[in-house]
Each structure stands twice: as structure tokens, then as C-alpha cells.
Ligand binder design. Structure first.
Ligand code: CTP
Ligand code: CA
Length: 230
């Protein structure tokens, strides 16, 4: 029932979720982006809202509908995503599922770059802000629980442990996005996911399941973590 704390274990809690890719403009008609459908991040936002949380979902460009019962902020670039994430604080927990472009073009063209005259454009790139690390290392304003993702194509657990330490987050949800991950059709864009929950206490490897089931399992773990006294 709606008032039953076991069915709404995140009632009274606030959550921030990032999802989807970012688009970094080259000129008004071209961009650099990562592969990301947004399915896993959107599923987490939906599951958290269903569990009773007040959820702000900061979404890069995706073809998915806004999940019901979620406040959705639509952004394009990594810098816009960071600004929206900071504006959503304070929150009890933050989940960074977005596939943020690591680099942007140093100076995006104000006009469409034309073929011809200037030859092949040479794009100078600069590093984007790390949204997860920025929020995880804030004082004050750090959410009580900060969860990152690590989509890896090799050395999944070693890379995830490294990211956990480097970014200052509490948990990393690591997944293997290589073609030989064992998931037919692949994880990216697909509906199934095989994840490992990496914390300072160790690693929980979950069975291959739907992205919706991964989302529900993660939300249950978040609810349990937020229930413990700080
Ligand atoms: N992330 C972020 N902002 C960035 C880059 C990454 O918030 N500019 C977040 C992602 O949303 C994810 C986590 O950091 O939760 C790990 O992202 P990943 O791309 O795996 O890590 P990087 O530190 O960028 O390392 P690399 O791409 O070199 O593996
Ligand atoms: Ca990256």
C-alpha cells in the first residue's frame, strides 16, 4: 500500500540521478558524444520515485520518455550537467549513471564549419569537469551516499576499485560493456545488464538481469544504506 514503509522505503528522501550521454558541440550542427541510451539511469530514477523518493533526473539527450513522478532537467553538455547537478543539491543520495563526454572542443565554431577552403579541421580538445568527483568532494553539500558507474571493456573490477578511490564516491556500479560481455546484443542500448557493486567492503556480483531489475536492486541497497544512522 502507498503508506506502507516497506513498499516506499525511500519516502522522505531526495535523490539526484544523471543519465544519458552528453553532447559537446563542434559547431551548431555537429557534436562529440558517448554511446549511451540512458536506459539504466532512467530506470534508476523511475525505481527511486516508485520507492517514494523525490527524484531529480538530469538527462543528456536521449530518446526515452521522462519517467513518471520524476523532476527531469534536460541538458546537452557536461558543463550544463554539472550546473544542473549543483542546482539540485542538497540531496540524500546521488547516482551518476550518465556517460559524460570526457573532452569537449576547446572553441566550438559559432557557424557551421564548411568543407574546402581551410582543409580538414583539426579539433583541439579540453577536458570536461568530472561531475561525480566534483559533487563527491564537496564540503559542505556532499550527499550522504554517492554512487558512480564504471562502464569498462577490460579489467572491470580493478578499474572500478581504482575509480572508487580516485573519485571519492561510496559505491561504484561496474559493468562490462565489451562485445564479449556474454550479453547477446551487448549492454549498450540493450535491456539487460550484468553489474558488480563495488564498495570499500568488497564486491557484490549480481546476476545478469533486466536494467529495471538492476535499478530496483540498487534502490533497495540505497534505501538500506540511508536507513542506517549517519
Ligand atoms: N563522470 C562524471 N563526469 C565526467 C566523467 C565521468 O560524472 N566528466 C562519472 C560517470 O557518470 C560515472 C563515473 O564518473 O559515474 C565514471 O565514469 P568513467 O567514464 O568510467 O570514468 P572516468 O573517470 O572518465 O575514466 P575513463 O573514462 O578514463 O575510464
Ligand atoms: Ca570517461
Amino acid at each position: 500500500a502507498a503508506g506502507d514503509p516497506t513498499s516506499r522505503p525511500l519516502a522522505g528522501k531526495t535523490l539526484l540521478v544523471t543519465s544519458g550521454p552528453t553532447h559537446e558541440p563542434i559547431d551548431p550542427v555537429r557534436y562529440i558524444a558517448n554511446r549511451s541510451s540512458g536506459k539504466q539511469g532512467h530506470a534508476i530514477a523511475a525505481a527511486a520515485a516508485a520507492a517514494g523518493a523525490a527524484v531529480t533526473l538530469i538527462s543528456g539527450p536521449v530518446t526515452l520518455a521522462d519517467p513518471p513522478g520524476v523532476t527531469v532537467v534536460h541538458v546537452e553538455s557536461a558543463r550544463d550537467m554539472l550546473a544542473a547537478a549543483e542546482a539540485a543539491l542538497p540531496v540524500d543520495a546521488a547516482v551518476f549513471a550518465a556517460a559524460v563526454a570526457d573532452w569537449r572542443v576547446a572553441t566550438a565554431g559559432a557557424q557551421k564549419i564548411k568543407k574546402g577552403a581551410a582543409g580538414t579541421p583539426q579539433l583541439a580538445l579540453v577536458e570536461n569537469p568530472d561531475i561525480l568527483k566534483t559533487i563527491a568532494t564537496r564540503t559542505p553539500g556532499r550527499p550522504r551516499l554517492v554512487v558512480g558507474f564504471a562502464a569498462e571493456t577490460e579489467n572491470v573490477l580493478a578499474n572500478a576499485r581504482d575509480k572508487l578511490a580516485r573519485k571519492g564516491c561510496d559505491w561504484i556500479v561496474a559493468n562490462d560493456v565489451s562485445a564479449d560481455s556474454g550479453i547477446a546484443g551487448g549492454v549498450m542500448g540493450g535491456d539487460r545488464n550484468s553489474v558488480h557493486l563495488v564498495t570499500t567492503d568488497g564486491v557484490d556480483s549480481w546476476p545478469v538481469q533486466s536494467k529495471d531489475a538492476v535499478a530496483r536492486a540498487l534502490v533497495a541497497r540505497i534505501a538500506a544504506a540511508l536507513k542506517d544512522p549517519a
